[in-house]
Design a protein around this ligand. Sequence first.
Ligand code: NAD
Ligand code: IPM
Ligand code: MN
Length: 353
Amino acid sequence: MNNHKIAVIAGDGIGPEVISEGVKVLQHIASLDENINFEFEHFPWGCEYYLKNGKMMPDDGIEILSKFDAIYLGAVGYPGVPDHISLWDLLLKIRHDFDQYVNLRPVKLLKGAPCPLKDVKEEDIDMIVIRENSEGEYAGAGDWLYKGQPNEVVLQTGVFSRKGTERIIRYAFELAKKEGKSLTSISKGNALNYSMVFWDKVFNEVAQEYPEVKTHHLLVDAASMFFVKDPKRFEVVVTSNLFGDILTDLGAAISGGMGLAAGANINPEGKFPSMFEPIHGSAPDIAGQEVSNPLASIWSVSQMLDHFGYTEWGKKVLDAIEAVMVEKQFLTPDMGGTAKTSEVGAAVIAKLK
Ligand code: NAD
Ligand code: IPM
Ligand code: MN
């Protein structure tokens, strides 16, 4: 029996609603497979915790989490706490402190998923976006000089280290090689004359080691256009932290919406726990109504299963999500249905054998 300790941070807004469905899916799998057990511990960290305690998590929060095999996170951020505080002190802190430098975001049109693009078939949208997740535009480097004065100056510095840039690009090449797919690097060297010129240079250097991988380069503005006009040109994609953030919301929009898009924050060396989450936020506009779509957080459960090596279960969870979307009997309003969050979760579980 393999036991996996999962730290659950349901977080804010719709976080708890959607995470609860993902936890049920994992519990169901453990009940079907005698070799797997999950041990959950729930941490009430987030904006409510901040309003009571003046911090997003306890001072030893990172140390507490380091004892777990994985972290399952809902969403962080809510009106009443400034976003840069809530996110930097919880979500981004975990990504940085645990060196989860790979953010894996599948942009894949599953069967039955709504797609706003014309004449697009399922096989036309099937990419994996590898977002640099530890530095770049999210390094948190900068300054605010003469704050509040007429001559105030704000600096937000992008940080692209040799190590950080090379390791994410190498990870992307390895994946493209393993899967026999092309690799597209998305950058912006025409305007960002230090960071992105460097990114492109490193990409070309690493490419020399992978002659079998077909490569493409796109500027991020053109890439956004092609996500909509010709998504089938993308297979494996590697890009910087901020570009990856923006492109994957666009990716979500073309492949079923925010309620379906999942992401895994991976520390490939396994020195620290990896973290699994839907890519959407706390959705204050629909929080508390039980209408949030849990499929994104359930897809991230599938990514967690893959990460633990249970790829068959990972696939079965995706198949169950597809079956529910094809049937269209239990879907939340964002997908044109009238079902509640928990009804969609139950429908997925009913399909899991
Ligand atoms: P959001 O993703 O929360 O919402 C954008 C839109 O998508 C909203 O209309 C929302 O109703 C809809 N939506 C999102 N998830 C959905 C779901 N599961 N089912 C149905 N509809 C869904 O983005 P936002 O409004 O820009 O941000 C809200 C808060 O969340 C902010 O505080 C932001 O900083 C934070 N945020 C957190 C994360 C995270 O924790 N990973 C990610 C993004 C945003
Ligand atoms: C995401 C989110 C976060 C990000 C925010 C909440 C800091 O948008 O995971 O996509 O930008 O990485
Ligand atoms: Mn985002």
